[in-house]
Design a binder for this molecule. Structure first.
Ligand SMILES: [Ca+2]
Ligand SMILES: [Ca+2]
Length: 109
């Protein structure tokens, strides 16, 4: 006899999930071996993407305050999976920054 379990459709990137169906004791039969089966629900949604836009700002004045470049990273897509985001800096290709690209990204949420 078919026993149907309908997984809920979603649009969230997540780990695969499992469900266990077990035949329990009743009248007129005994649970067999195995009496349990595992169904695996494979996630079919893609991992979210992170994108970043260009930034233009004025340089500071000698002896005066500097202006941080605050880039906005945008996540597209829902997720239930924790992510560790890595960043890298490099000299630009057009008129590379004379101070080098030794800046350290700071992450705030
Ligand atoms: Ca889905
Ligand atoms: Ca999903």
């Amino acid at each position: 006899m078919p026993v149907t379990i309908d997984p809920t459709t979603d649009a969230v990137y997540e780990s695969n999930e499992t469900v266990i169906l077990t035949v329990t004791s009743g009248t007129g039969y005994n649970p067999g071996i195995p009496a349990s089966a595992t169904g695996t629900i494979n996630n079919n949604d893609p991992a979210p993407t992170l994108s970043i836009g260009d930034k233009i700002a004025f340089e500071g004045t000698t002896g005066g305050p500097t202006t941080n470049f605050v880039f906005t990273v945008t996540r597209t897509g829902n997720t239930q999976v924790a992510a560790t985001v890595n960043f890298a800096t490099a000299d630009g290709t057009t008129n590379p920054a004379t101070g080098g690209a030794s800046c350290t990204p700071e992450w705030t949420t």
